[in-house]
Design a protein around this ligand. Structure first.
Ligand code: BG6
Length: 492
């Protein structure tokens, strides 16, 4: 495995305070990840974890909740009761409404009692509470030197609201103490994209417009809105997935080599990509974007309802989006980056596909020569495929026949002895050590919103309703036309 060294830039935190500690994310992802880190002996030895939420649990009831969540989420072969007890011994809980001064005073007293060194506040609440919580922390003398804050996505629902949230947080925390989570950056496969690009000399000479014909970034989900309809309906695929996860993948795929794997160098390069994205506005949305919404269909042989039936009321929110984007710089001039994400697509698949240009001249008359391609599969399994042309075996007198074969690296098999770690293990480890490389900087978030806002404005202005697609298909037919107009086709 290529191990990317992560330099600790600050003293490891000794207290992690999780706001929204009884919420869905905390139970599904955060505590199971903290369990994994604890079980592997990776948490700072003195780390205490203080959960807080409005719910009236006491510390014992909270520990029971966390224990149940860990047992539910962690695969049986990785679970160990003693280690769980070790994690629980680090936990404490204070029920608090952060808008209530008396509650904040109680929370503050507990934080002071537990605090021995640096503190990380992790805000896993609705984003509208981020600035008020930061203000409350400051008002109670809980911010300042030795503290930092982790923020969950979404940072706002457009550029203006993102700026308001970022301004609110910046009143209390300096930017290098703000750790904006995009959990895709914590995924092993996503970091492996960096290892593949910058740990090998093989690809760099080809990684540009001279050799690359098109790039596709797909994040397909088979699931629907999974009971999160209220949040999702106010968001849609564009804000929920494209503004963050897909644009981050685009950045990592398209950026120039940073001089070092460290926060400023990496994030400067990503920002340049976001700023080089060609704007898609009112005049372009019809030709460059497709929005869709699923109707009833079947996924994996199972009949599933449409989005509106799931939601229980009419809606024009898109559950699918496809965009033909361009990164207007020397490296990528003219190369389309097709971005596609949606719910209720045929299967879960996250992949980056780079198709190289065709050979300039064929010496094999009549043979069909497919262009080479590199497929970087991130989910559900990690795999890298290099598609090459190969002579079809045989003594064909009519001429050489060729077929496409894959040099196939199954990383799951290759690293079978390694546990597959949830993204939050990496992210917690880095946040606790104060390393921001895999977190999103303010200017990145805002540049991404600026680009996304123009598309959303174009949709609103042109009254573009999302096009229906049957659940279990790859989105509306118009998405196919988006690539075919350029002689390309989606890889499926
Ligand atoms: C979240 C979105 O950020 O990412 C969800 O809000 C989505 O709608 C999820 O399902 C996908 O994450 P993953 O890790 O399952 O690919």
């Amino acid at each position: 495995m290529v191990l990317v060294p992560v330099a600790a830039t600050r003293a490891p935190a000794t207290l992690l305070v999780i706001f929204g500690a009884t919420g869905d994310l905390a139970q599904r992802m955060l505590f199971p990840s903290l369990y994994g880190l604890h079980a592997d002996g990776l948490l700072p030895e003195r780390l205490r974890i203080l959960g807080t939420a409005r719910g009236g649990h006491d510390a014992d009831a909270f520990r029971a909740l966390v224990a149940a969540a860990v047992q539910r989420q962690v695969p049986a072969r990785e679970f160990d009761r003693d280690r769980l007890d070790g994690l629980l011994a680090r936990l404490d809980y204070v029920a608090a409404d952060t808008r209530d001064a008396a509650d904040m005073a109680r929370l503050g007293a507990r934080i002071r009692a537990l605090r021995e060194g640096e503190v990380v506040y992790h805000l896993s609440t609705a984003p509208r509470f981020y600035a008020p919580i930061c203000d409350a922390l400051a008002a109670h003398g809980l911010a300042g030197a030795g503290t930092r804050v982790m923020l969950e996505k979404p940072i706002g629902h457009d550029l203006a609201s993102a700026i308001a949230i970022n301004d609110g947080v910046a009143r209390v925390f300096a930017e290098d103490c703000v750790f904006r989570v995009d959990h895709y950056l914590g995924k092993e496969g996503v970091q492996n994209l960096l290892a593949l690009r910058f740990g090998n000399a093989l690809f760099e000479p080809l990684w540009n417009a001279r050799h690359v014909e098109q790039v596709q970034i797909t994040v397909a989900e088979a699931v629907g809105v999974e009971g999160r309809g209220d949040y999702y309906d106010g968001s849609g695929a564009m804000r929920d997935m494209l503004q963050n996860h897909l644009l981050q993948l685009l950045c990592l795929a398209a950026m120039e080599p940073p001089s070092q794997f460290e926060p400023t160098a990496v994030r400067n390069e990503k920002l340049k990509v976001l700023r080089a994205l060609r704007p898609i506005g009112r005049a372009e949305v019809a030709a460059e974007t497709v929005a869709g919404q699923y109707v009833a269909g079947a996924v994996g042989g199972q009949a599933v309802p449409g989005y509106i039936e799931e939601l229980g009321h009419p809606s024009r929110t898109e559950t699918f989006v496809a965009i033909r984007a361009h990164v207007d710089n020397w490296r990528w001039s003219g190369v389309p980056f097709y971005l596609r994400t949606g719910k209720r697509l045929p299967r879960r698949a996250t992949e980056i596909f780079l198709q190289l240009r065709a050979v300039p001249h064929s010496i094999f008359p009549g043979a069909r020569i497919e262009p080479n391609a590199l497929v970087i599969r991130l989910q559900p399994e990690e795999r890298i495929e290099l598609l090459l042309m190969h002579k079809t075996p045989g003594l064909d007198r009519a001429g050489v026949r060729l077929s496409q074969v894959a040099l196939d690296l199954d990383l799951h098999e290759e690293f079978a002895a390694h546990r597959r770690r949830p993204a939050y293990e990496r992210l917690y480890l880095d946040a606790l050590e104060g390393n921001g490389t895999l977190f999103v900087r303010r200017d990145e978030t805002e540049a991404a919103w600026e680009w996304v806002d123009a598309v959303l404005d174009g949709w609103r202005h042109g009254d573009h309703a999302p096009r229906p697609y049957a659940a279990g298909t790859w989105g509306p037919a118009a998405a196919i036309a988006l690539t075919e107009r350029r002689g390309h086709s989606w890889r499926e």
